[in-house]
Design a protein around this ligand. Structure first.
Ligand SMILES: Cc1ncc(COP(=O)(O)O)c(C=O)c1O
Length: 384
């Protein structure tokens, strides 16, 4: 058989590559895995108990309503309304099998092959991969030194083929929260050009408070040009239950539903039950975990302060440190290889998030325990 050239040549899974490197290890020392951003702690007891209980209910094995359980759509709309000081209706919420699926179906609903999309560099690799798989030409918007994208610069990159701009805030891989006034200017840009602004808010609970919560939902016409994407994976430590959401107007919900119907029919009901239990009963727990991740970030920044092994943190936030690697002789891919095989540290090369090798690495410190973060310092120092 022959395979799609787009799939074979254009996309390579960074997480798959990381796992392949691990397969080459011969050291017996435990690996410090800072690759895929995943909570290092289990879900709240109340969520786990609800999952166990739901498993015995006859409905749980049936297809759920396609846009999601009405109870979850309502609870999430209320949660968002509370946080953003807005009035978001349950009809604006489409439940998906995770935020990656939310992006894929929303982006596909907006584009045809040959269209263009704008991603801020460094971008979240799955966004870039999906768009290219769909035959979309991706333009990369270089941010300033503070890693904040500039809407005026973005405007110069728009053409009559541009259909969407995506912001990720807080960002993956940088952790940087985009200030609310900048997000508002991007929304204005989208409104003026009749395109969509997609804001991926997977890490919304880990937002830098000084940058403020955006107020896009307060505008009466937000549903005409804004799509907000969400995940329950990090907030409630349930990445394996695959639950996320598209939040938008009736247009994007209706068109996305057609695609969801083909790829998943609907999000798994057990994951929806887990997310619902989290929203209803684990809000305090969620805040405790946010504080816990902040403490991990503080520790990470402390151990990195003297640049162990020459590795320098350029930005951090949410789950991530965006780190410059010290070698001018080695490619970043080779540095990552040596970190895994010689120093037992697994990170994702920055080349997964940027078009060129900018000598950067993504370290997901939130995967580690405090003791492991201390150990990270020693292992990076060995690299020198
Ligand atoms: C920016 C961003 N969007 C989406 C996702 C995927 O989230 P989910 O587990 O809900 O599919 C991630 C996961 O790491 C992410 O970093």
């Amino acid at each position: 058989m022959r395979f799609s050239e787009r799939v074979v040549d254009l996309v390579h899974s960074p997480i798959g590559a990381a796992h392949a490197l691990v397969g080459l290890r011969t050291n017996s020392r435990d690996l410090l895995d800072l690759s895929q951003a995943a909570p290092s702690f289990p879900a709240a007891d109340v969520v786990i108990e609800r999952i166990a209980e739901a498993a015995h209910e006859p409905d749980v094995g049936r297809y759920p309503p396609q846009p999601g359980l009405p109870t979850l759509r309502t609870a999430f709309a209320n949660d968002l309304s509370h946080e953003y000081g807005a009035d978001i209706s349950a009809d604006s919420v489409l439940i998906t099998a995770g935020c990656n699926q939310a992006f894929c179906i929303a982006a596909s609903a907006l584009t045809s092959p040959g269209d263009e999309a704008l991603l801020v560099s460094p971008f979240y690799f799955n966004h870039d991969m999906w768009l290219r798989l769909e035959g979309i030409h991706v333009r990369h918007l270089e941010p300033g030194p503070d890693l904040i994208p500039d809407p005026e610069h973005a405007e110069h990159l728009l053409t009559d083929k541009t259909r969407l701009i995506t912001l990720v805030s807080p960002g993956n891989p940088t952790g940087v929260t985009i200030p609310k006034d900048v997000i508002h200017r991007f929304a204005d840009l989208a409104r003026r050009h009749n395109i969509a602004l997609i804001v991926d808010e997977t890490y919304r609970s880990f937002r830098d408070q000084q940058s403020g919560t955006h107020q896009l939902f307060e505008n009466d016409d937000w549903t005409d040009h804004v799509i907000s994407l969400h995940s329950f994976s990090k907030d409630f430590a349930i990445p394996g239950y695959r639950c996320g959401a598209v939040v938008g107007g009736s247009g994007i919900i209706t068109q996305s539903l057609k695609i969801l119907d083909c790829v998943a029919i609907s999000a798994p009901r057990i994951g929806q039950e887990a997310a619902l239990a989290g929203l209803l009963h684990a809000q305090e727990w969620r805040l405790e975990q946010v504080a816990r991740v902040r403490e991990l970030e503080d520790r990470f920044l402390t151990v990195m302060a003297n640049k162990p092994g020459g590795f320098e943190v350029v930005a951090s936030g949410a789950y991530f440190g965006w780190v410059r690697q010290p070698s001018s002789d080695l490619t970043t891919a080779e540095v990552v290889r040596r970190l895994v095989l010689e120093h037992d540290v697994l990170v994702i090369p920055g080349t997964a998030f940027t078009p060129d090798d900018e000598a950067m690495l993504r370290m997901s410190f939130a995967n580690l325990s405090p003791a492991e973060i201390n150990e990270l310092k020693l292992r990076l120092a060995e690299f020198a």
